[in-house]
Design a protein around this ligand. Structure first.
Ligand code: NAD
Ligand code: TYD
Length: 380
């Protein structure tokens, strides 16, 4: 069992990274420190970590006047007890900044989430995906290599996606042996990053693990992705845009189960190994959108047709992968991980979360939060 002390989480202000920080700091076996390194792109939001900062940060400072219940940037608050959670605003492409973080916090573990993550954006503007996912990951690997030149009690865990394996037909599932065949700029950039991690392991002896996970859903997901988009549009009685014929299939996993899988790999995963993670929970998009409509209707005590009538079949995504499915036998067999959340209750609690957090939704949509960050971090 590995003992983790100073865990550098990149992209910790995003959807899965923030959920992972909540999960990690709640583990009784974890007594170390989390350093959240995030550039705060449109997808990064410190609101996701307000309670974490209050509970584990070095001390609260008042929220800025132009925000409601806003997060407090965790700068160096000297004199206070050492914080178990610190935030560092930095870009993974910035070698000097990343190296400085490795040194200052004596990082022994990296959990690398930071990425451009939305396929549709990678079609509109692929360059950012190459810059962050490929160059940024390379930069982070180089910083880890330099910082860890004389250490072997360290681990670089790379968080990746099942999309690197391409698209399936009606049968079968991806496994650790499936050849890479990425089809979108997003998945190609993630595939590149996976290869770079393995190359650093093979060539330079960098201790690493990789997990490739299927589609996540749950709280704090930016409402451009399918599940929160459909939930919020339904709640607001807006159109529900289903791409193509809606017959594409995704495998869905509750984000906390993904966090648990990563935590399991960090503790017990064999160095140099890859683990596939999934929900074993395949849904055609159109079926899932209908299920969301039914659940929203039930939650509001209204007839489902009120919501299903909002469904619109729209122009398909170019190069739309048909089907993803994951065989996660290896992580189950070898490390004893399994999914805990049932899909129906996971969706119910996700819908409840979006209903209960209109302020969060309003802030990520309006960009006010981003303006606040720019004003507060200008020049850093
Ligand atoms: P997200 O878009 O919600 O969050 C990404 C985070 O990375 C944001 O906080 C953003 O500010 C930060 N970031 C982006 N560029 C950066 C840079 N250059 N430097 C520093 N920080 C930067 O993404 P997510 O959905 O939470 O995904 C996290 C990771 O998990 C990604 O690597 C993604 O490929 C992988 N993944 C996601 C899913 C999914 O269903 N969302 C499934 C499998 C794997
Ligand atoms: P998404 O959440 O973007 O994840 P990914 O593309 O990484 O799987 O999309 C999930 C599925 O839903 C995918 O098949 C595309 C489809 N989709 C829609 O039909 N409408 C939408 O508005 C969105 C965002 C996605």
């Amino acid at each position: 069992m590995r003992k983790l002390q100073n865990v550098l989480v990149t992209g910790g202000a995003g959807f899965i990274g923030a959920n992972f920080i909540h999960y990690l700091l709640a583990q009784p076996q974890f007594s170390g420190r989390v350093i959240n390194l995030d550039a705060l792109t449109y997808a990064g939001n410190l609101d996701n970590l307000v309670q974490i900062d209050r509970r584990y940060g070095a001390g609260a400072t008042p929220a800025p006047a132009n925000t409601t219940g806003g997060a407090t940037p965790n700068t160096d608050r000297s004199g206070a007890a050492p914080a178990r959670y610190v935030f560092e605003r930095a870009d993974i492409r910035d070698f000097t900044a990343v190296t400085d973080v490795f040194k200052r916090y004596e990082v022994d573990t990296v959990v690398h989430f930071a990425a451009e993550s939305h396929v549709d954006r990678s079609i509109v503007g692929p360059r950012a995906f190459i810059e962050t996912n490929v160059n940024g990951t390379f930069n982070l690997l180089e910083a880890a290599r330099a910082a860890w030149a004389h250490r072997d009690d360290v681990l670089f865990h790379h968080v990746s996606t099942d999309e690197v394996f391409g698209s399936l037909g009606a049968e079968g599932a991806f496994s650790e042996e499936t050849p890479y065949d990425p089809k979108s700029p997003y998945s190609a950039s993630k595939a590149s990053s996976d290869h770079l991690v393995r190359a650093h392991g093979h060539t330079f002896g960098l201790p690493f693990t990789i997990s490739n996970c299927s589609n996540n859903y749950g709280p704090y997901q930016f409402p451009e992705k399918m599940v929160p988009l459909m939930i919020l549009n339904a709640l607001e009685r807006k159109d529900l845009p289903v791409y193509g014929d809606g017959r594409n299939v995704r495998d869905w996993l509750y984000v906390e189960d993904h966090s648990a899988a990563i935590w399991t790999v960090l503790q017990r995963g064999a160095t140099g190994e890859t683990y596939l993670v999934g929900g074993e929970n395949e849904w055609e998009n159109i079926r899932l959108v209908r299920a969301i409509c039914e659940k929203v209707a039930a939650a509001l005590g209204e007839p489902p047709q009120r919501y299903t009538q909002l469904i619109r079949f729209v122009k398909d995504r170019p190069g739309h992968d048909q089907r993803y499915a994951v065989n996660c036998g290896k992580i189950k067999r070898e490390l004893g991980w399994h999914q805990r959340h049932e899909f129906s209750s996971g969706l119910d609690s996700t819908i409840a979360w979006y209903r209960d957090n209109p302020e969060w939704v309003q802030r990520v949509r309006s960009g006010a939060y981003k303006d606040w960050i720019e004003a507060n971090y200008a020049g850093r």
